[in-house]
Design a protein around this ligand. Structure first.
Ligand code: GLN
Length: 283
């Protein structure tokens, strides 16, 4: 679009951009990107569609639109994603927090736990689960771990900018977790089978494979967490794991074989199985 042909109003830019972006939510994507570049709110585009956008901003906007059109997730272009109403910084080293994972947070908050519960979020990425829990339960001692250095740095940055104190440790699962026991172990681990077609479609193509893929059946990391988790929990402590919509019965079986009790699979807002929780026996 050359500047001489077209007026650079918000509405004209959004319409042109949505046409180029395509996909599931082109208008929303365009609004989020234009808001990011101009500092204007999305509602202001509706209230004042004819407002002019400076040429230099329009050019930067269309650079982002081009990247979005080639598949880059909006969250990576904005460097931010909202989760549990918290604005989290994201980077291509971390999974983009998903609404489905908010159900996992909700389930954790529904558990019978001590007022000063000690909690570990394994494979925290941006820190999403740990920070959401810290925001709801200021009395809890929340620790978060990730094996990826950039994720550790990002989770710490999010903790600081949100003023939500959590302890972030660089660790591959339990490897570097300081000795001690927790009341709740929670994780959104990788759980997609390596051959899944889903990995070659949409936003996941741009996300780190290490956060998504877990061996041939998608259960490699869950097997490890279920087996080792008992050693890191107080009696009656809980483990809560996110998993794929079709993995509920396999995950319950893994828990059962390892000696856990009270296995329960719960659904996400879309009505699909999304997580399984289990309890360590009292003795
Ligand atoms: N739910 C994510 C997806 O299907 C996967 C997240 C994960 O593997 N932990 O894209």
């Amino acid at each position: 679009m050359s500047n001489s042909e077209c007026s650079l109003t918000c509405e004209a830019l959004l319409r042109e951009a949505a046409g180029r972006i395509g996909g599931e939510s082109p208008r929303l994507d365009a609004e989020l990107l234009l808001s990011h570049i101009t500092g204007l709110t999305r509602t202001s585009f509706r209230a004042w569609p004819e407002r002019d956008v400076p040429v230099e901003q329009a050019e930067r906007f269309f650079e982002l639109v081009g990247e979005r059109a080639s598949g880059q997730p909006v969250a990576y272009l904005l460097g931010e994603q909202e989760f549990w109403s918290l604005p989290l910084k994201v980077s291509p080293s971390t999974l983009i927090p998903r609404p489905g994972t908010e159900c996992v947070v909700e389930a954790a908050l529904s558990l019978e736990l001590p007022a000063r519960a000690s909690v570990l979020d394994l494979g925290t990425g941006t820190g999403a689960i740990a920070l959401a829990l810290a925001s709801e339960q200021p009395g809890w001692q929340v620790m978060a771990s990730d094996r990826v250095e950039d994720a550790v740095a990002l989770a710490r940055e999010n903790s600081q900018s949100l003023g939500l104190p959590i302890t972030v440790v660089k660790s591959h699962w339990f490897d570097q977790i300081p000795a001690g026991t927790f009341d709740l172990l929670i994780s959104n681990p990788p759980y997609i089978p390596a051959s899944d077609r889903h990995l070659r479609e949409g936003d996941v193509r741009f996300e780190p494979e290490s956060a998504l893929v877990a061996g041939d059946d998608g259960l490699d990391d869950i097997r490890l967490l279920v087996t080792e988790g008992l050693n890191w929990l107080n009696p009656n402590g809980w483990m809560l794991l996110e998993h794929g919509y079709d993995q509920g019965s396999a995950v319950r079986d893994l828990f059962a074989k390892a000696g856990w009790r009270n296995m329960e699979t719960r659904k996400d807002y879309g009505g699909n199985d999304r997580m399984t929780l289990a309890r360590k026996p009292a003795s």
